[in-house]
Design a protein around this ligand. Structure first.
Ligand SMILES: NC(=O)c1ccc[n+]([C@@H]2O[C@H](COP(=O)([O-])OP(=O)(O)OC[C@H]3O[C@@H](n4cnc5c(N)ncnc54)[C@H](O)[C@@H]3O)[C@@H](O)[C@H]2O)c1
Length: 510
């Protein structure tokens, strides 16, 4: 891959947090960035980094890492540690790129903004969703005046990732060890905090900042989560933008996910990107809806080859351009604070039954003063990923907990309960499925469900053992709710259900 910058200057980069952090390695080379060091407390992540970047310095010690000769640090550590880690890296004299979001509390935000200002270093939030081909195309049209004034948008980042609450990293999907523990933030994060993939694109397309937010409460939670730690499973908020327009921002875990969905209304035209990009022209409700093939800006083809739809490339590109050429990147610390605070205030509004809250602007000294000592967040304060079961618990029982949960909800929903549910529901809908591929997929899935049912029944047994032994703790109560689902009874009645599935297969053959 050739370089895109007209300079020989290189940026020495260290990656802190080697799960998501490693997904930037591929794009770095073309952008004058050399990955020279990695840091992770998890030996499995270090092992995989060693294979990907054999010559780089590798350590589990953050102080040792920050002492290395590097210009910049990319932070992809646990969600709630980003501000502390970013401040530490800035104070060690490094430029910073930080994964979403920037901080967990307003007080942390004030500290971070001031640390960036003091350091004189570049700080970029690594928010990638604004840089998909569709969103960059919409931005170009919006900035050219095509849509007129921004009126309203409905964007969503719905991502069902129960597995990640109990497994290491999406790429591995290996049950957490020790088996009675859960993932440090994915098991308890209120999804309002993870708001950047849906609000971020609207901010970037329109150039507007969020000014206030309210978030009504949805009390219904998908079984399989640690119910009492997640305040809701689908988290809608309504965000007022600086021009008076409104965004319905939807996050959470659902049975009908959209990672990049959205609809957008301006005073001149509207857009719909739920299934491909459509734009309605005619400046009226009954105007013509056009199917659109968006085009990348320059470098787009190169961006696309680096994975994640190009978004990761653009994040590194804007950062390197700012470091090498001084041109400001879109997600500087103030934009990062705007989007992060919109999520914090949404979570807070939800906790206060949906009242409207202003989103502070940390460019303003008076707003910083108001929030300087505000370290409140809306997640269970005493949560300890290792301490879910009562003291002295029998690890021969509880040690199977993460294995059980990953067995129920394996990586990519490939097996476990999702496979069983797909079989049951696919059989119900089979005669209404419009295409042959859909029908074939259901037949294959029913065969897979039959093959895997005995194993799934064993997992149910292990789960009952844990729930019966520890009914009065968070995982015990969550497991009880999960095991009360009617589909579980069918799994446990393995012989009868297998016979039903086989009879159905025989029936459709005939
Ligand atoms: N933008 C995106 O599309 C996207 C996708 C996935 C994750 N993320 C973000 O990336 C971050 C990391 O997520 P992930 O999926 O890799 O899962 P993760 O949170 O499990 O990964 C964090 C990694 O950092 C390591 N770590 C934590 N604290 C450390 C410390 N003090 N020193 C050294 N290593 C430490 C952990 O061992 C782990 O390997 C999260 O904040 C998440 O919000 C963003």
């Amino acid at each position: 891959m050739g370089s895109v910058f007209n300079t020989d200057r290189r940026i020495k980069l260290g990656i802190w947090g080697l799960g998501r952090g490693q997904s930037f390695i591929k794009a770095a080379g073309a952008l004058n960035i050399d990955v020279v060091a990695g840091c992770d407390i998890n030996p499995m992540m270090r092992e995989s980094f060693k294979k990907n970047v054999p010559g780089a310095y590798l350590t589990d010690d953050e102080d040792d890492f920050l002492r290395q000769d590097m210009d910049a640090v990319l932070i992809a550590t646990f969600f709630m540690d980003h501000a502390r880690h970013a401040i530490k890296a800035l104070e060690a004299g490094k430029h910073v790129m930080c994964e979403v979001t920037s901080f967990l509390t307003p007080g942390d935000g004030v500290k971070l903004v001031e640390a960036v200002e003091r350091s004189g270093k570049v700080y970029n939030l690594l928010e990638n969703y604004p840089f998909t081909k569709e969103n960059m195309f919409l931005r170009k049209l919006f900035q050219d005046g095509f849509f007129g004034e921004f009126m309203y948008a409905e964007f969503e980042y719905l991502h069902e990732c129960r597995t990640l609450a109990y497994a290491y990293n999406v790429a591995n999907g290996v049950p957490i060890e020790p088996g009675y523990a859960v993932h440090s933030w994915r098991s308890f994060l209120n999804m309002h905090y993870y708001n950047t993939h849906s609000l971020g694109p609207v901010m970037n397309i329109t150039g507007l900042r969020p000014v206030s937010v309210y978030a009504p409460v949805d009390d219904v939670i998908l079984p399989g989560y640690l119910d009492e730690l997640r305040t809701a499973s689908v988290c809608p908020s309504f965000v007022k933008m600086s021009n008076g327009g409104l965004v319905r921002n939807l996050m959470g875990s659902s049975t009908n996910d959209y990672h990049m969905g959205g609809r957008f209304w301006g005073t001149r035209a509207g857009a719909d990107k739920l299934n491909g990009l459509k734009i309605r022209v005619g400046a009226c409700g009954g105007g013509q809806l056009l199917n659109i093939k968006p085009e990348w800006p320059e470098l787009g083809e190169l961006a696309e080859t680096t994975g994640h739809g190009g978004g990761d490339f653009w994040e590194l590109y804007y950062f390197a351009r700012e470091v090498l050429q001084g041109e400001p990147a879109p997600w500087n610390i103030y934009a990062a604070a705007d989007v992060t605070l919109a999520g914090i205030m949404a979570a807070r509004s939800q906790a206060m039954n949906g009242i409207t809250l202003n989103i502070p602007d940390f460019r303003k000294p008076e707003d910083r003063e108001r929030f300087r000592n505000d370290f409140r967040h809306e997640m269970k304060k005493d949560f300890d990923p290792m301490g879910l079961f009562p003291e002295g618990h029998d690890t021969s029982i509880t040690g199977n907990y993460s294995k059980v949960m990953v067995g129920f909800y394996p990586k990519n929903a490939n097996g476990g309960l999702p496979c069983f549910n797909k079989a049951l529901d696919g059989m119900k809908l089979y005669s209404f499925i419009a295409d042959a591929d859909g029908k074939l997929a259901i037949v294959k899935n029913v065969m897979k469900a039959i093959a895997e049912m005995p194993e799934l029944a064993k997992i149910c047994k292990m789960a009952r053992r844990i729930a019966d032994a520890y009914p009065d703790c968070i995982p015990g109560r969550s497991l009880k709710r999960l095991l009360a689902q009617p589909d579980i009874a069918k799994v446990e009645d393995t012989e009868k259900t297998t016979a039903e599935f086989k009879a159905w297969l025989d029936g459709i053959k005939g």
